[in-house]
Design a protein around this ligand. Structure first.
Ligand code: NAP
Length: 474
């Protein structure tokens, strides 16, 4: 039986499970309780891994996996508004952005279905070596095994989709732990997966103490791969504790963008104003640092600031809202402290301030590189704009970070664009597009502290399978 709208249960081995212990999911905007969710710990996590390991003993053929994934995409389509409302209610995401996320989750399942149907190994040119003459060699792609998936609060549906959909495409059962603040979209998707015909044990969803559930995923040898999206500290900690597993990390960033003197300044200002503040800056590739060549710095600021000030701040449930709350009071105080620190160190506030409990989109000028709002991940509605003497200086300052997820450049010169693509030390570089851009089939992932993998179904499926070599003597 599916759980009710306001009381949700854990999913273990195809059953909705109550534990007697409940976690409250509250609206980040109003503080009201959105739902109560059954809370499980290590014992439930072990049962979930048992169920997933049993599921693996009855493999699903690729066409069946693809069919289920396509059905899930269709079911999301049918219940699109309900999923968008769930995302918005639990994460405080403006409803128009939540609708985009629901559509993207559909697209992630659709791309994963295509990968399931074409998952193959490779032919090996055996007679390339004398010893291989007369032999036929090829590889099979085998599911790696049970996958432990841990997801963050900021894209509670689509980042769950980026874990579950490729895992199922690869033939791997999943034990998922969504963020405690936003478990409802994950449970909603799990319900659709069961409805699409996914047999018991293939998807298990646990909500509860992260360390306890994480420990089971780290320690149980049947969990062969942990796919984690979240903060750098927790991600790299998991990797250290599980040196014999594949631990695939999608972590944070301090996203830079360079506006060259030859750029379409008005166009860059429009794209960046929209993208620096989407979901109140709580995206791992939210624009955070803008370096503008001095010749167009003032023109950029004059174009950018009014566009930022025109963003509508308010209730995420309203169709007109562009910027809602940050996830909780702790995040709000941390972000406002970092802004105050930058101001005390000489930064100029070009836009921003508080509106009740909400942080207005904040633009800071004259911020030194050692300020937290520059060198750490703000994960809030704050952007800094600094002049640079050249594109080369912009690239150097963009690279001057421990992170390396995505970066961008606005320029009219192909040479400048290609030079930046070569020199920016990031997993992805956008040209004449905000580095907040992501489409779900792209290989997406960072270098340096930002991670060690690429998501996007085609890439994730490879991570979640192992190649087995077959050599045949003819
Ligand atoms: P977080 O605090 O690191 O939490 C992420 C997940 O890890 C949650 O499910 C959390 O559970 C769990 N967790 C916490 N402690 C754990 C432990 N000891 N063992 C195992 N799991 C543990 O991150 P967040 O605040 O939700 O998300 C924001 C971060 O995610 C930002 O740094 C952002 O850049 C990053 N992010 C990266 C990408 C990307 O693709 N690169 C995409 C989106 C977000 P609880 O909720 O129960 O604590």
């Amino acid at each position: 039986m599916a759980a009710t709208a306001t009381e949700r249960k854990l999913l273990i081995d195809g059953e909705w499970v109550e534990t007697g212990d409940w976690l409250e999911v509250r609206s980040p905007y109003s503080g009201e309780v959105v739902a109560r969710v059954a809370k499980g710990g290590a014992a439930e996590a072990r049962r979930a891994v048992d169920a997933a390991a049993r599921a693996l003993e009855s493999p699903l053929p690729a066409h069946k996996r693809a069919e289920i994934l396509v059905k899930v995409a269709g079911l999301i389509g049918r219940r699109h508004e309900e999923l968008a409302q769930t995302i918005s209610a639990e994460a405080g995401k403006p409803i128009k952005a939540a609708r985009v996320e629901a559509s993207r989750a559909m697209s992630t399942f659709t791309f994963a279905a295509a990968e399931a149907r074409k998952l193959t190994g490779e032919m090996i040119a055996m007679d390339g070596a004398q010893a291989g003459e007369g032999k036929l060699g090829f590889t099979l792609r085998k599911p790696i095994g049970v996958i432990g998936a841990i997801s963050p609060f900021n894209f509670p549906a689509n980042l769950v989709a980026h874990k579950i959909a490729p895992a199922l495409a690869a033939g791997c059962p999943v034990v998922l732990k969504p963020a405690s603040q936003t478990p409802l979209s994950a449970l909603f998707l799990a319900e659709l997966e069961l409805e699409a015909g996914l047999p018991a044990g293939w998807i298990n969803v646990l909500v509860g103490p992260a360390a306890q559930i994480g420990d089971v995923l780290v320690e149980d040898p049947r969990v062969k791969l942990i796919t984690f999206t979240g903060s750098s500290e927790i991600g790299w900690g998991l990797q250290e504790r599980a040196p014999r597993k594949r631990v695939k990390l999608e972590l944070g960033n301090s996203t830079p963008v360079i506006v060259a003197a030859d750029a379409d300044v008005e166009g860059a200002a429009t794209k960046l104003a929209g993208n620096a503040f989407a979901f109140a800056g709580q995206s791992c590739i939210s624009v955070q640092r803008i370096y503008v060549e001095r010749a167009v710095h003032d023109a950029f600021v004059q174009a950018f600031v009014p566009k930022v000030e025109a963003l509508v701040v308010g209730d995420p449930a309203d169709d007109g809202t562009d910027v809602g709350p940050v996830i909780d009071a702790g995040a709000r105080s941390r972000i406002t402290e970092w802004i105050d620190e930058a101001k005390a160190a000489g930064a100029t506030v070009l836009a921003g301030g508080l509106e009740g409990e909400l942080i207005r989109p904040t633009v800071l000028g004259g911020v030194s590189d050692d300020q937290k709002v520059s060198c750490e991940e703000v994960f809030g509605p704050v952007v800094i704009v600094n002049p640079v003497d050249s594109v080369a200086e912009g690239i150097e300052r963009a690279n001057g970070t421990k992170f390396g997820l995505q970066a961008g450049i606005f320029t009219a010169s192909l040479d400048t664009a290609l030079g930046a693509a070569d020199d920016l030390e990031f997993g992805g570089v956008t040209v004449n597009e905000a580095p907040t851009f992501r489409s779900d089939q792209m290989p997406y992932g960072g270098v340096k502290e930002s991670g060690n993998t690429k998501e996007g179904p085609a890439w994730a499926v490879r991570e979640m399978t192992e190649e087995r070599l077959v050599v045949i003597q003819r």
